[in-house]
Design a protein. Structure first.
Lengths: 302, 249
């Protein structure tokens, strides 16, 4: 049946939405501020990896192995995230959330425009580096049902990245400091934690995840088109965080998979032009009936 | 050890702390008391760098920490607890202590790996010691947010100690405790003193303050109205007036 196929494809692709949602949620968790430029900076990372592949690669085919593509994109995503931290958060007033919110919206639009300038607004072929790692191109289970090998690879990479993040958060002192700042900032400072450094590190980690997500989206779709990735994925990342609950990592994971499945079902029913409209509808349903999201707690701060 | 010199903090027109002077000597338990809103917590916040003073100086251990940030005051050797408990509620008891323990360790850590990754066995065994000291060993895996109120207060004191301070500022550690818990706290404060840790105790529970402190300063409307030994304070007319409200409103 079509819907099973659509849902499974959507769940697999939803893993990148989960990664982007985790990035938003991490930053919100430690700073209690929204970084609207997060997804844009991550995709800037993906464009950098594309640019490097085009320069290094032989004409026609891309000369970089997938591992290197993803690494470049992840590192560039981390660097851009750090720059966003410096210009939008580090020196803006701490108790004035609007200042950094507006700064990040400005950065989002600026990054969007920079990508337009760099690509003339045209779609850029992205090497389909995820192809062929599993059976090419499909693992066929029956006449009606098959799993795309590249989607499965994407899903596995996303799971590994998420497990890596959880390991850092819950098994290292760096993660301990991050959680301490997120839970009780003032006490964390008085336990000797440098809050500004912890914030910066969190931005870099989120940026690395975002850069990875950007590269994988490029690799699965086969192209990067600014008008389809930069702002739309910012919005989808926000939807994922709202559905999961701001600040909740399990929420971002479930929210990401849900959005992936949901949009694919509507893609099957209503086609690509109407798809995002229904995803937005999901946002309003949650904001109206469960504003704290699936896993969020009703905010209490002293 | 801690010298407060003509320290003032104004919030708008309110003089929360007004030209305050006192000195805490090395190794003593110094009480800071006064009616609600007399500037005790503001003083603690000034010393730990939560906000900068309007005027005056704070000298700790010969070092000027007047405008130091919180993590710098910790580096200098001051740890604290909060009147409204500020634990890491979604971490276990053990992790709460581990956070503070690491800050003490990391001053020595030279490379990023040891600062970011695991932690030494020795550091972990020291956390055990603070668990024992605060009688929380059997609660080590509980989330701090699920502890009983008295246990949370104990954990906060233990967390302050885990940062290996020379001095701890305790902001109403006995608030909401029953008689038995206060007695245990009394013993714990004496144990701190025996370890050579200087204590600044902000407290409303008078039996504790009068019992355990070496000297006391009394604040009212941000100013010091008396300073002396517990018995001197108990017989001070200005203090009685402040607590009975005859001098204020």
């Amino acid at each position: 049946m079509d819907y099973v196929q659509a849902i499974v494809d959507g769940l697999l692709f939803g893993a990148v939405y989960a990664l982007i949602g985790i990035g938003f949620t991490l930053i919100f968790g430690v700073m209690n501020k929204i970084n609207m430029a997060y997804a844009a900076a991550s995709f800037a990372g993906a464009y950098v990896s594309l640019g490097i592949a085009q320069v290094v690669g032989l004409s026609g085919d891309f000369g970089l192995p997938p591992f290197v593509m993803f690494l470049v994109s992840a590192v560039a995503g981390g660097v851009f995230a750090y720059i966003v931290y410096l210009i939008c958060f580090r020196f803006t007033p701490d108790h004035y959330e609007l200042a950094s919110l507006m700064a990040t919206i400005g950065t989002l639009l600026m990054v969007d425009e920079m990508v337009v300038q760099a690509t003339n607004g045209e779609p850029q072929n992205y090497p389909e580096v995820l192809q062929g790692i599993f059976d090419n191109p499909m693992l066929e289970f029956s006449e009606e049902f098959a799993i795309r090998g590249d989607l499965l690879t994407l899903f596995i990479v996303a799971v590994i990245a998420t497990l890596g993040l959880l390991w850092v958060l819950f098994r290292t002192k760096l993660g301990l400091a991050t959680r301490a700042v997120a839970q009780q900032r003032m006490a964390a400072q008085l336990c000797g934690i440098r809050v500004d450094r912890t914030n910066a590190t969190t931005f870099v980690i989120a940026g690395v995840l975002g850069g990875l997500a950007g590269a994988m989206i490029g690799a699965v779709v086969g192209t990067l088109l600014q008008s389809l990735v930069v702002i739309p994925l910012t919005i989808k990342g926000l939807i994922v965080t709202v559905i999961g609950g701001l600040g909740s990592i399990p929420g971002a994971i479930v929210g990401g998979l849900m959005v992936g499945a949901f949009e694919n079902v509507f893609l099957a029913i209503r086609g690509v032009t109407e798809r995002d409209m229904y995803v937005m509808l999901l946002l309003f349903v949650f904001l109206a009936f469960r504003p704290q999201g699936l896993f969020g707690r009703v905010a209490v701060r002293d | 050890m801690l010298e407060i010199k003509t320290l003032s903090k104004h919030f708008g027109g309110v003089r929360a702390v007004d030209e305050l002077d006192f000195t805490v000597r090395q190794g003593e338990i110094f009480g800071l008391i006064g009616p609600n809103g007399s500037g005790k917590s503001t003083t603690v916040n000034l010393v730990t760098g939560i906000f900068p003073p309007t005027a005056g100086e704070i000298i700790f251990d010969g070092r000027d920490i007047t405008t130091a940030q919180p993590h710098v005051t910790l580096d200098a050797g001051i740890a604290r607890t909060f009147q409204n408990i500020r634990l890491f509620n979604n971490m276990t008891v053990w992790e709460n202590l581990w956070v503070a323990q690491n800050s003490a360790e990391d001053k020595k850590a030279t490379n990023l790996l040891s600062r970011w990754m695991g932690g030494s066995r020795k550091a972990k065994s020291q956390v055990e010691e603070y668990l024992e000291f605060s009688a929380l060993a059997d609660k080590r895996d509980e989330l701090a947010g699920n502890l009983a109120f008295g246990e949370q207060r104990r954990l906060e004191v233990a967390r302050a100690l885990a940062a290996k301070p020379k001095m701890v500022l305790l902001d109403e550690p006995a608030a909401g405790m029953n008689r038995e818990e206060v007695r245990a706290l009394d013993e714990r404060l004496r144990a701190l003193k025996a370890r050579g840790i200087t204590v600044l105790l902000v407290e409303h529970v008078m039996e504790l303050v009068m019992e355990v402190t070496d000297r006391i300063a009394v604040l009212n409307f941000g100013q010091k109205i008396a300073e002396g030994t517990p018995s001197e304070i108990q017989n001070n007319q200005a203090v009685k007036d402040a607590y009975l409200g005859t001098s204020g409103d």
